[in-house]
Design a protein around this ligand. Structure first.
Ligand code: SF4
Length: 339
């Protein structure tokens, strides 16, 4: 059976006599899609015999951890991938323009955001650390990846050990710059306690969606009950420590979180903070009770926020509209191009 965690991979490597430098090199080959025989000093020449002999089946096993099942390219250069895991479950990853990749940290999600297809599933299971890494390895067989955002299906804070292990490995053997690893969360005390402790410190994205606590409880019904003020303070403290600005995610829902009250709330929360705002117009999902605001209304809101001193980016790409759009390919499955 394919490994789901790095611990399983390590146990196999130890059994085959791998030393730390072998582990490191093998993970680099896998995660960076480097052919094993590349270079003047092919890896296979100096491995212990047992490991050398097991190498082809080991690599085939790792490559199958998150196997490509379906692809759905979009006009903006992004592409949704459906990846099949060992037990028949599947997760989505999205290749983004300019070398980005969005990956999934859980199958389903317990937070239950009212505007998200994944939220309707509930939590089905955690994605293991090897399965997180495999999403990157598989994506790199299709295209170069220089940035990984944990913004797909699931709440990374609810699978913290596996996500932090994957971040550590991606920032070392995976060859991804630390500021190009983005941990995205609805906000959780455990994240603020643990995120800065590792050697690899990712950038942070906070899914805020509203400045009003009561509305937030409605929109994100099972997110921890933490106030927007507290979340911004904690997240911005982390951003100051790392030097990477906080990215605040805001799914724009017509008539819900696009009013003057939210503009005033944002101005208050952003005052003097190292943060930028990503406005993501809701991607209409059949069956969900929200509407996408008109493009003119979104642009007007972005201009007003800019004028009030908030660095605001308006995202209008299907590929970048990951949050809230995640889970749609998994739910649809058709029409897709089966690989
Ligand atoms: Fe979970 Fe993110 Fe969807 Fe909310 S938006 S239900 S946190 S996957």
């Amino acid at each position: 059976m394919s490994p789901t965690s790095l611990a399983e991979i390590d146990a196999t490597l130890q059994r085959l006599g791998a030393r730390p430098e072998h582990r490191s090199r093998l993970l680099r080959h896998w995660l960076q899609a480097i052919p094993l025989d590349r270079g003047r000093n092919p890896l296979a020449h100096y491995l212990p015999k047992a490991l050398h002999e097991a190498l082809p089946s080991l690599m085939a096993e790792w490559q199958g951890v998150a196997a490509l099942h379906a692809r759905e390219p979009s006009e903006d250069g992004s592409e949704r991938l459906l990846l099949r895991l060992h037990d028949g479950q599947s997760v989505e990853a999205v290749l983004l323009p300019r070398g980005g990749l969005c990956i999934s940290s859980q199958v389903g999600c317990a937070v239950g955001c009212g505007f998200c297809m994944t939220g309707t599933l509930g939590l089905i299971r955690q994605v293991g650390s090897a399965e997180l890494l495999a999403q990157v390895a598989t994506a790199r067989t299709l295209r170069a990846v220089n940035k990984v955002v944990f913004m797909g299906m699931g709440e990374p804070a609810h699978n913290l050990d596996a996500v932090l292990a994957a971040i550590d490995t991606l920032g070392t053997e995976g060859g991804i710059g630390h500021k190009n690893l983005v941990f995205s969360t609805v906000g959780d005390e455990r994240v603020f306690e643990r995120l800065g402790r590792g050697a690899v410190k990712p950038a942070l994205a906070l899914s805020l969606h509203t400045t009003q606590p009561a509305l937030r409880e409605q929109l994100l019904p099972r997110a921890p009950r933490l106030s927007p003020e507290w979340l911004m303070t904690q997240a911005c403290d982390y951003a100051r420590r790392t030097g990477y600005p906080l990215q605040v995610q805001w799914t724009l829902l017509e008539g819900v979180n696009d009013g003057d009250d939210e503009v005033e709330g944002l101005v208050r929360l952003f005052q003097g903070q190292p943060a930028m705002l990503n406005l993501i117009p809701f991607n209409t999902v059949p069956g969900l009770p929200f509407q996408r605001p008109s493009w003119d209304a979104c642009r007007d809101l972005a201009r007003r926020l800019h004028a009030r001193g908030i660095l605001t980016k308006l995202r209008d790409s299907a590929g970048q509209d990951v949050e809230g759009g995640c889970g749609q390919l998994r739910a649809r499955l058709q029409p897709v191009r089966v690989v």
